[in-house]
Design a protein around this ligand. Sequence first.
Ligand SMILES: *[C@@H]1O[C@H](CO)[C@@H](O)[C@H](O)[C@H]1NC(C)=O
Length: 317
Amino acid sequence: MILSYKVILHALDLAALSTEHSQYKDWWWKVQIGKCYYRLGMYREAEKQFKSALKQQEMVDTFLYLAKVYISLDQPVTALNLFKQGLDKFPGEVTLLCGIARIYEEMNNMSSAAEYYKEVLKQDNTHVEAIACIGSNHFYSDQPEIALRFYRRLLQMGIYNGQLFNNLGLCCFYAQQYDMTLTSFERALSLAENEEEAADVWYNLGHVAVGIGDTNLAHQCFRLALVNNNNHAEAYNNLAVLEMRKGHVEQARALLQTASSLAPHMYEPHFNFATISDKIGDLQRSYVAAQKSEAAFPDHVDTQHLIKQLRQHFAML
Ligand SMILES: *[C@@H]1O[C@H](CO)[C@@H](O)[C@H](O)[C@H]1NC(C)=O
């Protein structure tokens, strides 16, 4: 339901009168006022009302609303602590567990996100978001067979969309179930709801092509990913790697620069740029890029190795 601005103001008036009438003792009206303030974008006022309501009566919904305020104020850690406080009062509450998991997911802390989603599944073993997240977590921990089980479960539950088939396709490939791989990707392409989703399918197909050693096909797939989504940083990066293998150094460097300007937080384009530049003797730029790679991924062994090598080289000059 979408309330218009004017309706919210009326609602706010009504709620304010009612809370006054109850001599500020009714937590329910405070929550209603808080919701109005939230809809009007007055987050600090909303926070005050929800906090005051929580002091009178701890309710799951109020915790959720207050957390929404903190997320809107870009204070995920405060929201996280609030959810945990809510869980102390309402142990095992799925909405609170999910709230925590989503924040960890946003923070890119997948292991903690998966931990909370596992708690969600203990309470509700048909929770789609939880199953999907745990599945992808297994995939990225090099356990594609286990990830496959989670995605299959989503299929059994009647979930039927492009993203699911895209994930299934990649899992099948890495779990060496080749017969399912291409049909999954085909279905993912036919179900893709927009060009960005289609780009992600072509990108994954590019990976499969690299995996079976067909670099021409891989090249075409990554190009098609870019046709569908001109901002696909990973596709630029992978195309650069293919160009590098063909010895097209300048093309590769240009693609990597595009990739790193689109996604400065990714370490791969910086690292690849550093590696090529090192190979062609452009040590200065190699060093600069290697440092960016280190900033994005401090524990990356190959980056550390390259930086050490470059420092030794500079010391000899
Ligand atoms: C994830 O969050 C947990 C709990 O806050 C923390 O102990 C852990 O270091 C985090 N991991 C990463 C990779 O940030």
